[in-house]
Write a protein that binds this ligand. Structure first.
Ligand code: F3S
Length: 416
């Protein structure tokens, strides 16, 4: 990779050891990925989580070293030169009476949040930064963590970001640079798989099903959806999250919606393939069924808000719950960003949800926290997919109203 004189000087230590290390991360990663240069980044979404390592058996030394690195990232005096939000954590900063929210780690995360805020990182602690003010423009260059948000940024907003990890997003934030490769370049944003959609997609989970199907089929490619209407923001959120879950998708095109793809021809850069897959009503049904394998109907958890719930979703959930009670022994948790919860508090949704026995969880989600559960009902394909592996639970994917009916009954009642 060719570096400017200034970039080489930083790599050689002109701005201290920590920024030299950051520069090395970017250069080595870029070289592996075939980048020829570093380019200016306009916007980042970084990961600064205190990991609940103790719960996973990591040593205190490992924890201390990891923390020392994060503290260093937030306190060596270089402010990010661009908008920089922070991804969801592994604990909530609120008091939640479960062992997984270890008080010592919560305090460490709170301390880190203060350092991060003082260093210019906006402590959003969310997987959906575009719902809390980080909304980049078309063609802006980003360095975002969180695969679902990466797909959303590329496909819905028309911005450009590869998938980032902890080190690269921190380095990009502090240096204002990213290696140029992948979907940052026009030629790598060309569609690779055509999907004709004939199923009626009624609500966000249906779009999640489309994403889950397409992610599996596309792998690391770029699916192009033809024949669908414009999704709502919540529907687009589910589509993008599911695409990044069942496959390694970094972006998709929705013909007529994705800013650079007003037509299917534009999505394929003039080279529309004749072969295509069809997503029809039967495929939609089968995709739901693939995440409904279970040994019974009694449930212990209903998890909503994956990716983090919008204010519209909280409004809908509050309306469905009004005057009802969640069944004894069932945990109904709705994950959202702290900023969104502030609005829900002011609009009365939190009160209704809590009166029914539900909880709005900020900063994290039960999957990140590894809250144990035996059988989970959820409206998020991503949550359903990962809850099986990461929590070891049986899952039932369903629409939001069916999730709420299950929460109140304490058992899966079907789609209704
Ligand atoms: Fe967000 Fe957790 Fe889902 S971090 S994307 S709610 S698995």
């Amino acid at each position: 990779m060719e570096l400017t004189g200034e970039q080489q000087a930083v790599l050689d230590g002109s701005r201290g050891d920590y920024l030299a290390k950051c520069m090395r991360w970017l250069v080595e990663w870029g070289e592996v990925m075939g980048a020829k240069r570093l380019i200016k980044v306009d916007n980042t979404h970084a990961l600064l989580p205190v990991p609940n390592l103790m719960a996973r058996g990591a040593s205190k030394e490992t924890m201390d070293q990891y923390m020392a690195d994060l503290v260093e990232a937030c306190s060596h005096g270089t402010h990010p030169g661009c908008t920089c939000t922070v991804h969801a954590a592994f604990v909530t900063l609120d008091d939640v009476d479960v062992p997984e929210n270890d008080p010592e780690q919560v305090q460490m995360q709170k301390d880190l949040a203060v350092l991060a805020a003082n260093a210019g990182f906006i402590p959003t602690f969310t997987c959906a930064p575009y719902l809390v003010g980080n909304v980049p423009l078309k063609d802006e260059i980003l360095a975002w963590t969180e695969s679902s948000a990466v797909v959303y940024a590329n496909s819905i907003l028309g911005a450009r970001t590869t998938r980032h990890g902890t080190e690269s997003a921190i380095a990009a934030s502090l240096l204002g640079l990213v290696p140029e490769f992948g979907v940052l370049l026009d030629e790598n944003r060309k569609g690779t798989l055509r999907i004709e959609v004939t199923a009626e997609l009624e609500d966000p989970p249906d779009w999640g099903a489309l994403g889950y199907f397409a992610g599996k089929a596309a792998g690391l490619g770029i699916p192009v959806f033809n024949g669908v209407r414009r999704p709502s923001q919540d529907e687009a959120k589910q589509l993008c999250a599911a695409l990044a879950t069942s496959g390694g998708v970094t972006m998709c095109h929705i013909a007529g919606v994705t800013p650079e793809a007003p037509t299917i021809d534009a999505a394929f850069q003039g080279d529309v393939p004749e072969d295509y897959l069809t997503f029809d009503a039967e495929t939609l049904r089968e995709t739901y069924e693939s995440l409904r394998v279970r040994t019974g109907d009694e449930i212990d958890s209903v998890i909503l808000g994956c990716p983090h719930a919008s204010i519209n979703e909280l409004s809908k959930i509050a309306a469905l719950l009004k005057g009802k009670k969640v069944a004894e022994g069932v945990r109904l948790w709705i994950d959202t960003a702290r900023g969104t919860k502030g609005n829900a508090d002011r609009m009365g949704y939190t009160e209704i949800i809590e009166a029914a026995g539900g909880r709005i969880l900020c900063d994290t989600c039960p999957t990140n926290m590894r809250i144990p559960a035996k059988r989970i009902v959820t409206h998020g394909f991503k949550q359903a997919h990962y809850a099986r592996g990461m929590v070891g639970a049986e899952v039932i994917i369903a629409k939001t109203d069916a999730c709420i009916r299950a929460a109140v009954a304490g058992r899966w009642l079907g789609d209704g």
